[in-house]
Design a binder for this molecule. Structure first.
Ligand SMILES: Nc1nc2c(ncn2[C@@H]2O[C@H](COP(=O)(O)OP(=O)(O)OP(=O)(O)O)[C@@H](O)[C@H]2O)c(=O)[nH]1
Ligand SMILES: [Mg+2]
Length: 427
């Protein structure tokens, strides 16, 4: 799936301790590959990659690390190729639904009627598929199911848009074809002239592949498409083509179908969709958190380490919320859940233990390290055991060793970052 490959890529970027030109280029190639595999149009992919390269050179870091900036640029640019957030007009209007055979027109008409009804509007379904008697039956059953009005005609000449209610959302289902041939174009043009629709939504199935660009352009040329609906997004790994085609003819993706059921229709929101693809429901919030965490790391390097500062660091890390997301963002993708949840429990225990120390002990770790009686007292006072206190001292020692090494060697500072990001250090 596109999401899988993108998440893997983001993990690799954030997990890398140092980004040089060569690795950036390799990651961009990987991004290119992931998008092409998902059937995103070649032109769109190359333009996107060019913009990523360009912004990497141009954009100020604004407090982000280069890695975060890289991820953020990818995120921003993906949003751009998917479009925007669709805000439907919640007023009576006429919506004409077009598309090739089996793309999901009829189902989507009913889903949309259900959607507008849920927003308090009246909705009616109108069958303009004169090719198959079964089409009429299908839409009529759906109308019944969602309790909305249904209109049908024996032939195109019987149909008169003027006789339809004016105060409702009217949704017109049309006939499909194997391809957009001249017969279909003529029929759609005739219908279009009669209906005088406010919206003309082209329905494309997510698995359509590279053909989508040409198809969207042709429909647009024939009847001026105003929006695209992508269906079957639940079943395809290749939705990238369909989702980016709308942008190429400058219309929005309006709705996406995510299943066969009436309720399985969503308003499209490029930001939300991209965040979901990358595996971060609240991407911007997360970026903010990671930035804070990195600043804390910087503080840690400046400040003398003792149990008081150690405790502060742990608390900060805990405040950041779902540790898995934060560590994931920092590249520690391989950290299994069990270690993470154990990590959080441990942190709580460590916190209580540090609270049971005297102020002196907190400021002077040496006092504790050499004195078993103190350890036993703290274990009793915190309701833990000597074993856990020793574990805390052990963690503290590890951190201290690491920090003193870093202090002696500037280059190691970078490695420290990498180590935190590689998940080897459990906070
Ligand atoms: N999984 C899934 N199936 C869908 C979705 N939308 C439609 N379908 C299924 O796709 C099939 C075709 O849907 P229709 O709504 O009949 O398509 P159509 O474009 O009206 O077809 P024609 O009128 O024959 O051109 C049906 O089996 C639907 O249940 C979707 O979002 N997800
Ligand atoms: Mg149909």
């Amino acid at each position: 799936m596109l999401g899988d490959s993108l998440r893997k890529l983001i993990g690799q970027i954030t997990g890398k301790s140092y980004l040089d030109e060569a690795s950036i280029e390799a990651f961009i190639k990987e991004l290119q590959r992931a998008l092409l595999m998902a059937d995103v149009n070649v032109r769109v992919v190359f333009d996107l990659c060019a913009r990523v390269r360009d912004r990497l050179k141009r954009d100020e870091l604004k407090g982000y690390t280069k890695k975060e900036m890289f991820v953020k640029i990818i995120y921003d640019e993906l949003i751009l190729i998917f479009g925007e957030k669709y805000e439907p007009t919640l007023e009576p209007r006429k919506i004409l639904v077009l598309g090739l055979y089996g793309s999901g027109k009829t189902t989507t008409c009913a889903k949309m009627a259900h959607f507008y009804k849920s927003k308090g509007l009246g909705a009616a379904l109108i069958c303009l598929d004169f090719d198959r008697p079964a089409a009429r039956e299908q839409l009529s059953q759906l109308a019944e199911k969602i309790h909305c009005k249904f209109y049908t005609y024996n032939s195109p000449s019987d149909f008169l848009a003027a006789s339809l209610p004016k105060s409702e959302v009217l949704i017109f289902d049309t006939a499909g074809r194997n391809a957009l041939d001249s017969a279909l174009i003529d029929e759609l043009k005739r219908i279009d002239a009669k209906v005088q629709a406010d919206e003309k939504f082209l329905v494309v199935s997510a698995d359509i592949g590279q053909a989508v660009k040409k198809q969207t352009e042709e429909f647009d040329k024939a009847v001026n498409v105003t929006g695209v609906i992508v269906t079957k997004l639940d079943g395809s790994a290749k939705g990238g083509g369909a989702l980016t085609s709308a942008k190429t003819v400058n219309v929005p993706i309006t709705f996406v179908g995510t299943g066969e059921k009436i309720e399985e229709l969503e308003l499209f929101d490029a930001k939300k969709y991209t965040s979901r693809l990358l595996g971060f429901p609240d991407f911007e919030g997360l970026m903010e958190k990671v930035k804070q965490l990195e600043l804390k790391e910087a503080d840690l390097l400046e400040e003398k380490l003792n149990f008081r500062t150690f405790q502060q660091q742990m608390r900060e890390a805990r405040k950041l919320g779902p540790l898995k997301n934060v560590l994931g963002m920092m590249g520690a993708h391989d950290v299994p859940d069990t270690i993470l949840s154990k990590g959080e429990d441990k942190m709580k225990q460590f916190d209580v233990i540090i609270n049971s120390m005297t102020k002196e002990e907190r400021e002077n770790p040496e006092l504790l390290k050499q004195d078993r009686n103190r350890m036993l007292r703290i274990a009793r006072g915190s309701g833990t055991s000597e074993e856990v206190v020793r574990e805390l001292v052990g963690e503290f020692n590890k951190m201290e060793k690491m920090l003193s090494k870093i202090m002696k060697n500037k280059n190691l500072r970078k490695q420290f970052e990498g180590m935190l990001k590689g998940g080897k250090f459990q906070i």
